[in-house]
Structures are given as C-alpha cells and as structure tokens.
Design a protein around this ligand. Structure first.
Ligand SMILES: Cc1ncc(COP(=O)(O)O)c(C=O)c1O
Length: 382
C-alpha cells in the first residue's frame, strides 16, 4: 500500500491546492464523445465551416431561454475569460479608465485589466461578500468607473457568496448610480447545499448588469465555451471584436455542449460534480479544523472550488509557500488576488482537483510547517 501523497518509489508527490481545475473524475468523457459524433452527423456542414461570430445558434437560443432574454443579447465565446477580455476592452475604450473589483478577486481579470491600462480599485469583502457600503464610498471618492467586476457566488478566490440583502442593495446601487455591474457566475450551479440566491442580473431586471457564465465548471473546461449576456449595442460591439480576433468561435465545441444539454446531460453531470466536490470540500474543512493553529480562519463555502485561508498575521504566506513547495504541497498566495496590497497572510486552497485522501495529507503537511505552540504563530524555519 502506498501512503497518500507518496509515489510508488516512496518519493513525496506534490499535492496541488493551487489548481482551480476540476478533478478528471468530473469530466463526462464518454458522453461528450457521443455528443461530438452526433453533432457532426447532424450538423457537420455548418459547424465545420465559418459561422456567426456570436456562436452556434441553437446554443445561443438555449442560453437565451434559460435567462429569459432575446438571443441577440447572447454572445458565446471560447471560454468566459475571453468574453470578459473582449468586454473590458470595449468598456475601457469608451473613455473611462477606473474599474472597481472585489479585493481579493480572480487574478486573471486583474491581469487583463492591468494590460488594458485600467486604474483598478479594490472593494473589501466580509462574511456576506462584497461590502456594498464600501462600494458606495468608493463611488463617491473618484470619477465614475467603467464598471464593477464581481463574482457574487462561491467567489474565486474566497469561496464567499454575496447575501440576498446585499444582492438587492447592489442591484439598487447599480440602478440609482448608473453603475454597470459585470456579474461573473461560473460556479452558481456547483452548489452542494443551501438555497441559491437570485443573481444580481435577475434582481436588476437585466438592466445595468451584464452577466457572464461558462460551461467550464458544469461540463468541461477543455471545450472552452462561455457566454456573455449584454445589452444589444454592447453585444454588437463585442461581436465585432470576436470577428477580428477569430472570425468564428469553436463551433464543434458549442454544438457538442448543445447536444449534451439536449440529452439532459447537464442535470446528470451536476449531480456527479456536486457529490464529488462536496466530499472534497468536507475533507478540506475537516483537515483544516484538525491541523491549523487556533488563530487561523477560513471560509466554509456551500459550493464552488475554493477555500480562503487567513493565517495569523505573523505568518507570511510567501514564506509558507516556499517551505510548502519543498514539503510537497502548493497553493496560491492570497496577495496574488489583490489589485494592490493585501492578502499577505492568506492563501487560496482549491479543493476541486485533489482526491480526499491527498487533501487530508496536503493540509496536514501545511499544518506541520506552522509552529503551533506559543504565540505568535510562525512558519517553521528550514
Ligand atoms: C470567476 C471565474 N471567471 C471565469 C473563469 C474562466 O472560465 P472559462 O473557462 O469559461 O474561461 C474562471 C475560471 O477559473 C473563474 O474562476
């Protein structure tokens, strides 16, 4: 028997809490192979050619119906991150340079925004998600922003979810102050327990809020299919960027997803993904209870991929990461998710990729690197 986290040769294997990707067990490989074949048989002459820059029409119609909007407002992109990049380019091109984000927030949009020359301001989070009072103060403090980028459900990286009351307040603030909200929601359906709150998009009646989501967490990221729901004039502008970037997005992927949806695959796959990930979330929370020092705090998400760990302020997450990599466990430093300073003693732990026994072993390795007796807590020297 090979102990968890060790290879057959007895070497320590690196356990990655850094990768926000699904476990290979979440991917419906055989069913997607059938769907790709069926899509080609039925519609090969269309999907193997160039087509609409906004994507495969049956899938646009499916998304439009699901969200109760006109299909002309739906733009399908090669993953939702690409859609976000297109949209940000358009919004920042219109003269406004200021963008508000959650602090912490998903690191890739931060890089896209920085490359576009945005002036990025972070709004703090608390247990109920984005601090809407702080948002209002930030709105008062500077010129009108191009938009607010928010991930209200099972946020990447914190795992936090915006409460129902805050969602209503955010929808009101967006309306009353002409603030464009970009709501990124790839994890909303990956819920293991509890009630789903309405999206900010729904609460705002579809006005002042742009919505984006993806099939990456619900079906498979390798297919690269995401979407934006936009006001008609922005949809036209984003489509124009899509044409000049790739002419047409990957239609075979989109038709494969549509076939999968048509067969009722989404509900089946969600059941599988939710049960696999719930087990991993539970393993991580139990291991944190067991192995972390008393002063550490962490989020307890009801879904998604991530737990956010706040270590005692005396612990540098950079030092811990260096020692952890030597001990065979990795994570992403909290500071990487902030537009400026913050998160120096925090870590994002992804529970999506690693199986429960390796999660327990990985957290135990982290715990062993922290001096628990005496205070303040610190990283064990090499
Ligand atoms: C909040 C958030 N938005 C967008 C994405 C990117 O998704 P896609 O694979 O659709 O580009 C991710 C992926 O991790 C994410 O966490």
């Amino acid at each position: 028997v090979v102990p968890d986290g060790f290879s057959r040769l007895g070497r320590v294997e690196t356990i990655s809490f850094a990768r926000g990707v699904p476990s290979p067990d979440c991917l419906p490989v055989d069913e997607l192979a059938d769907c790709a074949r069926a899509a080609l048989d039925r519609d090969g002459r269309t999907i193997l050619s160039y087509g609409s820059s906004a994507g495969y029409q049956p899938l646009r119609d499916w998304v439009a119906e699901r969200h109760g909007v006109d299909a002309r407002r739906v733009v399908l992109t090669n993953g939702s991150l690409q859609g976000l990049g297109f949209l940000a380019g358009q919004l920042l091109g219109a003269g406004r340079r200021r963008v508000l984000v959650e602090a912490p927030t998903y690191d890739r949009p931060l890089k896209i925004l920085a490359a576009l020359g945005a002036d990025i301001a972070g709004i703090p989070l608390d247990d109920e998600g984005l601090d809407v009072g702080a948002l209002e103060r930030e709105l008062d403090a500077g010129p009108p922003p191009a938009f607010l980028y928010t991930i209200p459900t099972f946020q990447n990286p914190s795992g936090l979810t915006l409460s129902g009351d805050r969602r209503r307040r955010l929808a009101e603030v967006a309306r009353d102050r002409s603030l464009l909200v970009v709501e990124d929601d790839p994890y909303g359906l990956v819920r293991f327990e509890g009630e789903s709150p309405p999206s900010v998009f729904e609460l705002a009646g579809g006005a002042s809020v742009v919505y984006t989501s993806s099939f990456s967490k619900t079906i498979a990221p390798g297919l690269r299919v995401g979407y934006l729901i936009l006001p008609p004039e922005l949809a036209d502008a984003v489509e124009a960027v899509a044409v000049s970037t790739y002419i047409t997005p990957g239609l075979l992927s989109q038709a494969t997803i549509w076939e999968f949806l048509r067969r009722g695959g989404l509900a089946r796959n969600l059941e599988r993904v939710r049960s696999l990930l719930r087990e991993r979330r539970d393993a991580m929370l139990e291991a944190l209870d067991e192995h972390m020092p008393d002063e550490a705090r962490w989020s307890r998400p009801e879904g998604g991929y991530f737990v956010w760990l706040d270590l005692p302020a005396s612990v540098s997450a950079s030092d811990l990461l260096q020692r952890a990599a030597e001990a065979g466990v990795t994570f992403v430093r909290g500071a990487d998710f902030y537009p400026s300073r913050g998160g120096e003693s925090s870590a994002r732990l992804a529970f999506s990729f690693v199986a429960p026994p390796a999660i327990r072993e990985g957290v135990s390795r982290l715990g062993r690197l922290l001096v628990r007796s005496g205070s303040p807590a610190r990283v064990l020297p090499a």
